[in-house]
Write a protein that binds this ligand. Structure first.
Ligand code: ADP
Ligand code: MG
Length: 164
C-alpha cells in the first residue's frame, strides 16, 4: 500500500544515527505488548538501527541486537514482556509467515517488522508504520514518517513525541 494512503502522524528529520536512536527510545516508552511497528524503507535506511535502539532501551542490561535478516525473527525477553524483531526481506512464501508464528505474536508481544510489505495484506490496520528515507547529500540524516490506518488508536499515545 502506498504510504500516502495512510494518515500521517509525524514527519521529522533525524540529523544523525544518535538522533534516530534517541527518537526510537522515546517511542519505546509509548508502546508495549500487542503493538505492531512496521519499519519501512530501503536497504540501509536505518530500520535495524532504529529497532536495535528501541529494543536495547527496553532491556534491563542492553544486549547485542543482531539484524534478523538471516534468522527472519529474533525474540527478546524484557522486563515489560516479549519483543519480536522480524526481517521479512528473505521471505519466500506467504505460508512462511504462518510458520514463524508472527500473527500470534502480534497479539502477545511488541513486534517490530522490517520489510512488512512482504506480508501485506495480512497486517492489522492498527500497525504503526515507521518509514525511514535517506536524505540527499547528507549521509548522516534520515527523514522519518509515522503513519497508520488507525490514527484514533495512536494519535493520543504519541502526542508530543515529535513534530507533526
Ligand atoms: P536497514 O535495516 O534499513 O537496511 P541498517 O539500520 O542496517 O539499515 O543500516 C543503516 C545504516 O545507516 C547504519 O550503518 C547507520 O549507522 C547509518 N545511518 C546514518 N545516518 C543514520 C540516521 N540518521 N539514522 C539511522 N541510521 C543512520
Ligand atoms: Mg535491516
Amino acid at each position: 500500500m502506498p504510504e500516502t494512503s495512510r494518515p500521517v502522524l509525524t514527519d521529522l528529520r533525524l540529523p544523525s544515527p544518535e538522533a534516530t536512536a534517541a527518537f526510537a527510545a522515546r517511542l519505546s516508552d509509548r508502546v508495549g505488548p500487542g503493538d505492531l511497528l512496521c519499519l519501512d524503507g530501503d536497504l540501509g535506511a536505518g530500520k535495524t538501527h532504529f529497532a536495535r535502539a528501541l529494543i536495547q532501551h527496553r532491556q534491563a542490561a542492553p544486549e547485542d541486537v543482531p539484524s534478523p535478516s538471516f534468522t527472519l525473527v529474533q525474540t527478546y525477553d524484557t522486563p515489560d514482556g516479549e519483543v519480536w524483531h522480524a526481517d521479512l526481506y528473505r521471505l519466500s512464501d506467504a505460508w512462511e509467515v504462518d510458520e514463524l508464528g508472527l500473527a500470534d505474536a502480534f497479539d502477545a508481544a511488541l513486534c517490530l517488522v522490517e520489510w512488512p510489505d512482504r506480508m501485506a495484506p495480512d497486517l492489522p490496520d492498527r500497525a504503526l508504520w515507521i518509514s525511514l528515507r535517506m536524505v540527499p547529500d547528507d549521509a548522516e540524516a534520515r527523514d522519518l514518517t509515522l503513519s497508520t490506518l488507525r490514527p484514533d488508536f495512536w494519535a493520543g499515545r504519541l502526542a508530543g513525541l515529535g513534530a507533526a
